[in-house]
Design a protein around this ligand. Structure first.
Ligand SMILES: Nc1nc2c(ncn2[C@@H]2O[C@H](COP(=O)(O)OP(=O)(O)O)[C@@H](O)[C@H]2O)c(=O)[nH]1
Ligand SMILES: [Mg+2]
Length: 457
């Protein structure tokens, strides 16, 4: 699983920049640095660790100078990967950076795979798996909150919390196993009750953590909101108004929008992809039929739907059909064109079970702030910030496994079955918890996790 060779990659994005960093990790990192790096002032001898050295990168065969650089050596184990790491800070021209990387590869390093530096950090115990995954999220974070969640995970917030849950579990397991080892001390009735209560409490904590996933996921990946409604109610106007720019064509001709248009907005730190779609109606127009099909697909994918009605027209069978098709979704109803005289009968909406509606005018920029607030609460649910939030589907699946095993353990305890049976379920729950922080030995799973990284990280 662990290859002890030396890897190298460009750690900064390709393109022109002030500086670029080429990173090397492994047992040959220092040797390679000594072969290609000449310190200014002609000094040689051992490179001090954790120090920036100024000098030049030279092609050893020809003596050609490639660049003036700052080089740092971080001897193991005090480095990101836990191995000897060398970083070359060179000028940030893509051609130059390539040349330096090729020189390093020609001296015996191998080009790193995506995420391989972080994978080594994990395999060397510098990071656990949840922390390593946090690194990926940190790189990808698009908002302040997403960044803070990821940083918390890198710094071990989630890992510590899982560690505490694991301790709780071990405490229960120890008692159950004692009963196995000393059968004459059969689990007493009282003790069974106590164990069940502790298991119950643990299960509650795990459930709470699982419950934070929706919240964490939205902040990590952003929410997807689909604007839907019949043609000409003002969907495109609403998107433009929410984005604050004229992004979509607005006309009085029904059926103007045909492709799905996506724009990003920030709802108090929550990143939202807003989709403007073609209006939904029955039609014989081939192109429009396809557009309506795409609209329905987007509605199915969205985390919430912003259903737009035209307040200056009576409620129509088309409106009803659309609202009825949204029964399974989180829906916010916006009654647009409220700058015109109202002709929409609200009782139609109450009849359909929609009590909360919002009056807005996309044209006059009226009610939009309120709409944004409501949309945010609709997406996030209660506005309390969980202590630690799950953001990763893999973690959620592992915790659900632990939860299911605890359920089994509880049943077994209550049925007064022998302690062996309880122990099996508890051990299974323990494995579920450990999967989150990465007591994983399956190469394929690890590969899948680290493959999501970019090269050089
Ligand atoms: N009076 C008024 N007209 C609006 C409002 N929002 C949109 N419209 C008009 O309604 C028509 C259709 O708008 P559009 O955004 O293209 O609707 P869509 O088909 O749902 O995307 C255009 O003529 C808009 O100017 C509004 O709040 N008030
Ligand atoms: Mg439109």
């Amino acid at each position: 699983m662990y290859q002890e060779d030396t890897i190298a990659a460009v750690a900064t994005p390709m393109g022109e920049g002030g500086v670029a960093i080429v990173r090397v990790s492994g047992p040959d990192a220092e040797r390679i640095a000594r072969e290609i790096f000449a310190r200014s002032g002609g000094r040689n001898g051992r490179l001090r660790t954790h120090t920036l050295h100024y000098g030049t990168i030279c092609e050893p065969k020809t003596g050609e100078v490639l660049d003036e650089v700052l080089l740092t050596l971080m001897r193991k184990p005090r480095s990101y990967t836990g191995e000897d790491v060398v970083e070359v800070h060179c000028h940030g021209g893509p051609f130059l950076v390539r040349r330096i990387l090729e020189l390093i590869l020609s001296r015996g390093a191998r080009h790193a795979e995506p995420g391989e530096f972080t994978k080594r950090a994990f395999l060397n115990g510098r990071l656990d798996l949840a922390q390593a995954e946090g690194v990926l999220d940190l790189i990808r974070a698009r908002t302040e909150k997403g960044m803070r969640l990821a940083l918390g995970q890198v710094r071990g917030g989630l890992s510590r919390w899982i560690g505490e849950l694991r301790e709780d579990l071990l405490e229960i397991l120890v008692q159950v196993e004692a009963a196995i080892d000393f059968p004459e001390e059969e689990i007493e009735l009282l003790q069974r009750d106590q164990l069940a209560a502790k298991t119950e409490a643990l299960r509650g904590k795990i459930a709470e953590l699982i419950g934070s996933y929706e919240w964490g996921r939205l902040f990590r990946d952003g929410a997807r909101v689909c604007i839907a409604g019949k043609p000409n109610v003002g969907k495109s106007s609403l998107l433009n108004a929410l984005v604050g720019e004229e992004r979509v064509i607005v006309t009085e001709v029904p059926g103007t929008t045909r492709d799905v248009v996506e724009e990003s907005i920030n709802l108090g730190g929550l990143p939202v992809a807003l989709w403007d779609t073609a209006g939904i109606r029955r039609t014989d127009d081939q192109v429009e039929k396809i557009s309506v099909h795409f609209t329905r697909k987007r509605i199915a994918e969205a985390d919430a739907v912003l259903a737009v009605l035209d307040g200056s027209c009576p409620f129509s069978p088309e409106d009803r059909a659309i609202l009825e098709s949204l029964k399974e979704k989180k829906v916010l109803i916006a009654i647009n064109k409220s700058d015109l005289s109202p002709r929409l009968d609200m009782r139609e909406l109450t009849g359909l079970g929609y009590k909360e509606t919002m009056l807005i005018s996309a044209k006059e920029d009226f009610g939009l702030d309120h709409l944004k607030q409501e949309l945010r609460s609709l997406l996030l649910g209660v506005e309390i910030e969980p202590q630690v939030a799950l953001t990763n589907l893999r973690h959620k699946a592992a915790l659900e496994r632990a939860q299911a095993s605890l359920n089994e353990a509880l049943k077994t305890l209550r049925r007064s079955l022998p302690p062996e049976f309880v122990a099996v379920d508890l051990r299974d729950a323990k494995e579920g918890l450990e999967e989150v922080i990465g007591v994983i030995s399956n190469d394929d799973i690890l590969k899948r996790i680290f493959d999501q990284f970019c090269v050089g990280k």
